[in-house]
Design a protein around this ligand. Structure first.
Ligand code: THU
Length: 132
């Protein structure tokens, strides 16, 4: 494992610092390690037309795809209004992660005590929708 889960969380928190969350005040950062062990990050970007806002996970996934990454090995998410707290991915982002995940994909979030917690994407999105 090239980068520790703590460092991946730190990368998510650093990405979170760039969030544009003018409307909700809730900043989120996401950091992905892809199948080639490369790091990709993203933050949420909101818009005055609220429904045009993008989640941090979507931004990190777009960065991964653009750089040729095929699969998400691990993704860390950090979000909150002041200090980063628990931010388990929203339903839509679970589906997005699932698209590029597999049975080994790990989703890492920080918990209330600032420790990280990990889940499989299958635990977060059981019986998920796929097209073969
Ligand atoms: N948000 C994310 O970036 N990821 C999630 O998984 C949950 C929600 C963002 C969207 C919006 O900009 C803000 O958090 C409040 O919902």
């Amino acid at each position: 494992m090239s980068i520790s889960n703590e460092d991946l969380i730190n990368a998510a928190m650093e990405a979170r610092d760039n969030a544009y969350c003018h409307y909700s005040g809730y900043s989120v950062g996401a950091a992905i390690i892809d199948d080639k062990d490369r790091l990709h990050v993203g933050c949420n970007v909101e818009n005055a037309a609220y429904n045009l806002g993008n989640c941090a996970e979507a931004a990190a996934i777009a960065a991964m795809v653009q750089e040729g990454g095929k699969r998400i090995a691990r993704i860390a998410v950090a979000g909150g209004r002041s200090e980063p707290g628990p931010c388990t991915p929203c339903g839509g982002c679970r589906q997005r992660i699932n698209e590029f995940g597999d049975k080994n994909t790990v989703v890492i979030v920080i918990d209330d005590s600032n420790e990280w917690q990990e889940y499989s994407i299958d635990a977060l999105l059981p019986a998920s929708f796929h097209l073969d």
